[in-house]
Design a binder for this molecule. Structure first.
Ligand code: GDP
Ligand code: MG
Length: 204
């Protein structure tokens, strides 16, 4: 059945985090091609983005957030069915601020889920997961649902982090875990569906 964009039962904001180069933006564009950057004024989605951001930040804070470049890229939402309810997932990507450790708390505000990504071929990105968890504890809601994904599973021959290491860290920290490949579209849909379902169970 066709549904238009504003028909939904729940709106969930989910943030993408993890070191630069792990594949966050590709995970997202794999999940939906429906993307645009707030900075590119030509995009037809800007009005929608503005309204949505104002709803999240409040009108005043929205300007401040933009001024500080707290949020340079935002993907609009799309709808998923979770146990018979329509859920609108509004997934936020960074514009590379993670490279300078410059993600501000505005990025995390209102987020009910986080996809924390590392690269299975780069040990350092896995070691930095702890740093990202601290960042979440500092800036995000304490009930935020976190899904960790080890991305680039297609590069198995270059693997520097075993799936077992990923799994044990996830268990220790109480996170959901999957290995993904944005390149081969492995487990991308499943990762988002898992996090949305988990959030839905907490909220409903
Ligand atoms: P971000 O900085 O976390 O947003 O990472 P990007 O999405 O920009 O990706 C960084 C690089 O990794 C790019 O060259 C991508 O083509 C590559 N990449 C992303 N995901 C995958 C993947 O699943 N497999 C492989 N082989 N390369 C990937
Ligand atoms: Mg990126």
């Amino acid at each position: 059945a066709h549904r238009v964009d504003h028909e939904y039962d729940y709106l969930f904001k989910i943030v993408l985090i993890g070191d630069s180069g792990v594949g966050k933006s590709n995970i997202l564009s794999r999940y939906t091609r429906n993307e645009f950057c707030l900075e590119s004024k030509s995009t037809i989605g800007v009005e929608f983005a503005t309204r949505t951001l104002q709803a999240i930040f409040g009108v005043d804070e929205y300007d401040v957030a933009l001024e500080r470049c707290a949020l340079l890229a935002m993907l609009p939402s799309w709808l998923k069915i979770v146990e018979g309810k329509t859920v609108k997932a509004q997934i936020w990507d960074t514009a590379g601020q993670e490279r300078y450790r410059a993600i501000t708390s505005a990025y995390y505000r209102g987020a009910v889920g986080a996809l924390l990504v590392y690269d299975i071929t780069k040990r350092q990105t896995f070691d930095n997961v702890q740093r990202w968890l601290h960042e979440l504890r500092d800036h995000a809601d304490s009930n935020i649902v976190i899904m960790m994904t080890g991305n680039k599973s297609d590069l198995n021959h270059l693997r520097a982090v075993s799936e077992d290491d990923g799994q044990s860290l996830a268990e220790r920290e109480g996170l959901s875990f999957l290995e993904t490949s944005a390149l081969e579209a492995t487990n991308i849909e499943k990762a988002f569906q898992t996090i949305l379902t988990e959030i839905y169970h907490i909220i409903s």
